[in-house]
Design a protein. Structure first.
Length: 473
């Protein structure tokens, strides 16, 4: 950037003195020689800050010293556009005024004054070389993560579906079966690995949920231990919070997003082409192959494994555990508080997909609104067309090629329920004894004029056969 006058070097305190006395020279550039991003560390998504040991002093992070060049518009006003002498191609928006940050938790915490050492705030930073846009100083802001608090796997414990165990240095696993005893986590029939610890072990967002509050790391937005940011993070837009939103609606009560992307340098541009709405905050993400996603507003507090790609997600994607290979899904609003196994792909999902526990292989389904409270969806739930209100249902493995009408509630199927069409509302039905529904021919369940359920199918002689449905009215 060329300036008509050589920048005058000043400290932050000297600059604020000039502003306070309206002594800036119009058009003059000033180099803030001691600028540092100084902020409180955000604790999770509960609108709090990190305390030493959980009860001690607030934890303050001071970033690297980075000279910023600003321009005077009047004797007491600066242009918001600033320039870094270290990162010449970054576009920076800077605010010197502490009064503007008294209600941002990252800079004022519990006090009615800003954090000690405050030297202004970078509230927009665009890396033009890599085409990444952020609403805060992503190059210096730190975020804390702890170890998740799940028990270690043991061969003597009996686990049931959805129970979680962790193996140090390996990962977090979810049981995919009931009565799971003495099956090592390497047995993929019984366990699905939903978070990988082989490179990073710190996935816990909130100190209150940590295994040990003293065992943590402080990380940049892109955990860049191998220097891979410049090579693999490209073309990402994080919608900025300042000026166009209410900070009080933010999960962090701050412009600081508290996201961590874990990176590995494998030679590929593997975190690229993503667009994030407002309040994409408090997420912990394996950044390997996190590509070409569009996420709406208020997508927060998610734990996401690798190969999260090509998804289009609307607003309020919150509080989910996402396993490997969440790929090519189109999802509506309020996808919340789900545990998702590996291989969740090519699904078209409506609104209010909530409080579900999904095993591996949920693929190529069309799902209506209110798919919720299903706490035992077995492996290989695939190629189904499901209407609205699929709720509180337990299904075994191999629930495939079924067409389910609206309102399928509080019901139960065993393994290999496939090729069925359910035409009418179903509530509190045990399908386990409906043997035809588990064969390889097509079946249709319907309601008669007498309000009785019947099952129809064509037998081997191509004769339409109608039978009573055991276990149904």
């Amino acid at each position: 950037m060329k300036h008509t006058r050589e920048a005058i070097g000043v400290t932050y305190d000297e600059l604020t003195t000039l502003i306070g006395s309206a002594s800036l020279t119009v058009g003059q550039t000033y180099k803030i020689t001691d600028y540092q991003t100084v902020h409180y560390l955000i604790d999770g998504d509960g609108g709090d800050v990190v305390l030493e040991g959980g009860t001690g002093d607030t934890v303050v992070h001071t970033g690297n010293t980075e000279a910023l060049v600003v321009t005077a518009l009047t004797g007491e006003e600066l242009s918001p556009i600033a320039y870094s002498e270290e990162y010449l191609y970054d576009i920076i928006h800077y605010d010197w005024n502490p009064n503007n940050w008294l209600f941002d938790l990252g800079f004022s915490a519990y006090d009615e004054a800003v954090v000690t050492g405050f030297k202004g705030v970078i509230y927009y930073r665009e890396d033009t070389q890599n085409n990444n846009i952020f609403g805060y100083d992503f190059r210096n802001v730190m975020n804390r993560r702890w170890v998740l608090d799940y028990g270690e796997w043991t061969g003597t414990t009996t686990y049931n579906f959805a129970d979680k165990v962790q193996v140090e240095g390996d990962g977090l696993y979810m049981s995919t079966k009931n009565n799971n005893t003495d099956n090592a986590v390497s047995a993929t029939t019984y366990w699905d690995k939903i978070v990988d610890y082989s490179n990073y072990s710190y996935w816990c967002l909130n100190s209150g949920d940590a295994q040990d509050i003293e065992d943590y790391i402080d990380s940049l937005t892109f955990n860049d231990s191998e220097g891979s940011y410049e090579d693999i993070v490209k073309n990402n837009i994080f919608t900025t919070n300042k000026d166009n939103t209410d900070i009080g609606m933010s999960p962090t009560n701050s412009i600081l997003d508290n996201n961590v992307f874990y990176l590995l340098d494998d030679g590929a541009f593997n975190l690229s082409g993503n667009k994030f709405g407002v309040y994409f905050q408090c997420n912990t993400i394996d950044g390997n192959y996190f590509n070409n996603n569009s996420l709406g507003n208020n997508c927060s507090s998610n734990t996401i494994s690798r190969n999260f790609e090509n998804n289009k997600i609307e607003n309020s994607f919150n509080g989910n555990f996402i396993g490997y290979s969440f790929d090519s899904n189109i999802i509506g609003n309020y996808f919340q508080t789900n545990t998702i196994g590996s291989g969740f792909g090519k699904n078209l999902i409506g609104n209010y997909y909530q409080n579900n526990i999904i095993s591996d292989g949920f693929i190529s389904n069309i799902i209506g609104n209110y798919f919720s409270g299903n706490d035992a969806i077995g492996s290989d739930f695939a190629e189904n067309s499901i209407g609205s209100d699929f709720q509180s249902v337990e299904v075994g493995t191999g629930f495939t090629n079924n067409t389910i009408a609206n309102s399928f509630k509080s019901s139960f199927t065993v393994d290999d329920f496939h090729n069925n069409t359910i035409k009418d509302d179903v509530t509190s039905i045990n399908f386990a004894s409906m043997t035809h529904a588990y064969e390889d021919y097509n079946c249709e369940v319907f309601l008669t004029a007498n309000d009785d359920y019947r099952l129809s199918y064509f037998n081997a002689s191509d004769v339409l056969t109608i039978v009573a449905t055991t276990g149904m009215k």
